[in-house]
Design a protein around this ligand. Structure first.
Ligand code: FEO
Length: 417
């Protein structure tokens, strides 16, 4: 049934598009992004996002200066131009700040540059390369460094090179007069919402998405992140609001997300276990259930994931949260189960910090599965803390007792820290 048939003609003013798409954060400072409710995969199909996302850009109108910080994905360029025009004539834009030129933030840049002939584009060293590779001949950006200041009207923007949060071209822009940090991808979440602010949304959803985002996007750069975040904190720039390029804006208790980044990148985790397995005729599954009895007996919490029906991005989030990782696979074709392989490849690339692990599984006649798991976990930086447990075909009662002990032994390693 059509909307008008259900509710009658829409009253004037029922939908205030200006309010909906150009939220004013402070006088003259606007969120001007796009919300993509239906997106379920990012980076091609590599990253699952169950709650959609947003592409946050920001506009500062300050006297004669009009600064645009980032843009949106190319598919939203037309709507972005339309929404911007409600706030300012685009040809009046004087400064375009490209904090990060990955196409989800720079996709609309060509449309804006075309319409803003007097604007100068600013980016860091890495950004110049990225812009020129994605949009050859578009612009000759002005490269800025940490501490450099761009004077607007009554306000200004300071820059901070934030390499590897999460690309070589990643920088922050900071407005000292408003104590607002424009952090681009850092501190974001893939989380579509009618709200713009973190304090207005469901907190469990918010933190789950913030953690999933860190686990799957930022984890490989943990070493650089902990240094960069501490370097940034060392600048002692007061922060009243953090405006990331995805998801919700932090304006209350803003240091919490920064502290979480330090915690996550330094490998601080709960004394708990992620157990990931797949099974052919339930032998490895029986092993898994016996192993967690051993964890239970030692008071260690755990979460179990069957690789055949689980999402590896969600499992990565739980791995970030937990200190221990147990992976079980039967041997199949002299190898591990193909369903386990993408999880392991993802773990290898993410290189989690400060994790311990062990492998288990059944086998018929060759038995390479556990060894393959250990090899890939080791390549991913996970410390194998005890010999693997292999059982021929199907576990007997006596062997299930060994599985319980395997769980107890792993719990002991976990308690050692
Ligand atoms: Fe949201 Fe690295 O792009």
């Amino acid at each position: 049934m059509a909307f008008t048939a259900m509710f009658g003609p829409m009253a004037a003013g029922v939908i205030d598009e200006d309010k909906l798409m150009t939220n004013e954060l402070r006088p003259g400072i606007h969120w001007v992004g796009a919300v993509e409710w239906s997106l379920r995969h990012f980076h091609g199909h590599e990253l699952s996002i169950t709650r959609g996302t947003s592409y946050n850009a920001y506009l500062i109108k300050d006297g004669d200066a009009v600064a645009l910080i980032d843009t949106v994905k190319a598919t939203h360029a037309a709507a972005f131009v339309r929404d911007l025009e409600k706030l300012v004539s685009i040809d009046q834009i004087t400064h375009i700040i490209v904090c990060h030129a990955e196409p989800d933030h720079s996709g609309a840049l060509p449309e804006i540059v075309k319409r803003a002939p007097k604007a100068t584009v600013y980016c860091d060293r890495g950004g110049a390369t990225t812009i020129n590779r994605h949009y050859p001949g578009l612009t000759s950006p002005q490269i800025v460094k940490t501490g450099e200041v761009l004077k607007l009207g009554k306000r200004s923007l300071r820059f901070f090179e934030a390499q590897m949060l999460h690309w070589p071209d990643s920088m922050f822009a900071y407005c000292p007069e408003e104590e607002i940090l424009f952090s681009n991808d850092a501190f974001g979440q893939h989380y579509a919402s009618s709200s713009r602010f973190a304090d207005e949304v469901d907190q469990a959803e918010l933190w789950q998405e913030a953690m999933k985002y860190f686990a799957n996007i930022l984890t490989p750069y943990s070493g650089q992140i902990v240094k960069k975040v501490n370097e940034f904190l060392g600048m002692k720039w007061p922060i009243g609001m953090i405006c990331p390029s995805h998801g919700q804006i932090w304006r209350k208790d803003v240091t919490k997300i920064v502290e979480k980044y330090v915690e996550w990148s330094s490998g601080k985790a709960e004394q708990s276990v992620v157990l990931l397995f797949d099974t052919i005729w339930h032998g490895t599954e029986k092993m898994a259930m016996a192993i967690v009895r051993g964890l239970d007996a030692e008071g260690i919490p755990y979460k179990i994931f069957n690789a055949g029906v689980s999402d590896f991005n969600d499992v990565n989030t739980e791995i970030l949260r937990s200190h221990g990782l147990l992976i079980g696979s039967p041997t199949l074709n002299n190898n591990l189960m193909p369903t386990i392989a993408p999880f392991l490849e993802s773990i290898r690339g993410l290189r989690f910090v400060n994790k311990i692990g062990a492998a288990f599984g059944t086998y018929g006649w060759s038995g390479e599965g556990c060894k393959r798991i250990e090899e890939i976990m080791t390549l991913g930086g996970i410390k194998i803390v005890q010999p693997n447990l292999r059982i021929n075909y199907a576990p007997s009662d006596e062997e299930l007792t060994k599985c319980i002990q395997f769980g107890r032994d792993f719990a002991a390693h976990l308690k050692e820290g």
